[in-house]
Write a protein that binds this ligand. Sequence first.
Ligand code: FES
Ligand SMILES: [Fe+2]
Length: 435
Amino acid sequence: MSAPSSTQGVWLKCHVRELAPWATMTERVLSEIISTVEQMKGAAAAQVLRQHGIERLHEVIDTDDVTSLRNQVLERLRQPLLAMATAVGRQVLGWDGDFYVDDYLILRINFPYEVARKTNPASENPGIGRLSATVREQFQARKVIDPVYAPKDYHRGHPPAAWAHGPHIDSWAGHSRDGRNIWWAIGEVPAEAGMVLYPELANASLPCERRTLYLQAGYRLPVPTYLPLAAGEMLVFDPEVLHGTHLNTTDATRVAISMRLNASRPTFDPACFYSREFWRRAADIEQGHDEVLHLRREDNFGAPVAAAPVQTPAAVPVIAGQLDQANGVIHGQLPAAGPDTQRIIVDAAPYRIMLVRTSDGTRAYDAACPHYGVDLADGGCDSDSDKVYCPACAISFDLQTGKSSCPSLTLQPYDIRQDGAAIRIRVAPPEAVAP
Ligand code: FES
Ligand SMILES: [Fe+2]
């Protein structure tokens, strides 16, 4: 195959059409999804998808239907998918010995956020995968409920169908320590619905929040690297590099398949409360042997990693503001030399306001992301494009308008006046202030 595009060994992109003999595998998956929808919803629904694309899936099925769709499609395509993943190991990564292939396959169906956020709270999380039928009972018997892990709190009451992955590395979530992930676009994946990576942090020691298994708050991120994919393109990446998902702010359903390889026998992080224990060997797959190995976590912990101390990047500077409740105004004093960074936080409880220099003057916004309330001071900021990035869902906000690509997610603006170093931020409209 032609040389894939690649960055620092962290990720590469390639196209399935160059993968022998799997060149038409994207079409095969699409056809399987559409024929399953036809059985579930009728010919007219299938016709919408054939005519207008898989991106219209949310118009013909509900999130409640996704579980059955995934079950059926992955059941029928399991063996070819595993064989295709093996071919990625051979042809893209150049692994010529035996290696391991995760039995856990994920068909990711992410409805547009504006649709997904109004769906049934009982619907399934788009990030849940499927194991082979032969090991499901064993998997259930090994299931562990951790008293600390509480993803629902993080997602603030949103139905699971609307969840997007916050920044994480996969071994925090029980995956093997030295895997390579295949993230394959079945339909178009624009940047606003795609994966994001933080390759600048490839070798950084990062703090995990055990409640979410995502990066701890308070760690200031760089600007995320967006990774849009054309239908059929695959991202093959090192999942020990911080990554996440852009909340799907498009009006299209995003469909992708994830698989995982390990060059050597998988090992797990003992700090996580569970592990992905079911694997296959590449040689078995290639020889048609339907065998799943159970690598019990307690027998396969990785050697303790000398935990390098976390070096938290310098935070956005914070100044104290004085809230004049009676007049609905916060007063503050910029540091003598003026803010030497693009942003500064004004802390005046209960307000926490982000001041930002743009190419068109200073703006003031609530520092809490309008989605989950995370602190935008932790997100990357790009002064050339006047954008700040949510540190959780990676969406960008235009600092001149406060708008994002999602109509329901706009920053809360405040009027700001500056007189030398003195600033005055109006937090309540004059008519709301008691006379
Ligand atoms: S927390 Fe999701 S967009 Fe900011
Ligand atoms: Fe991940």
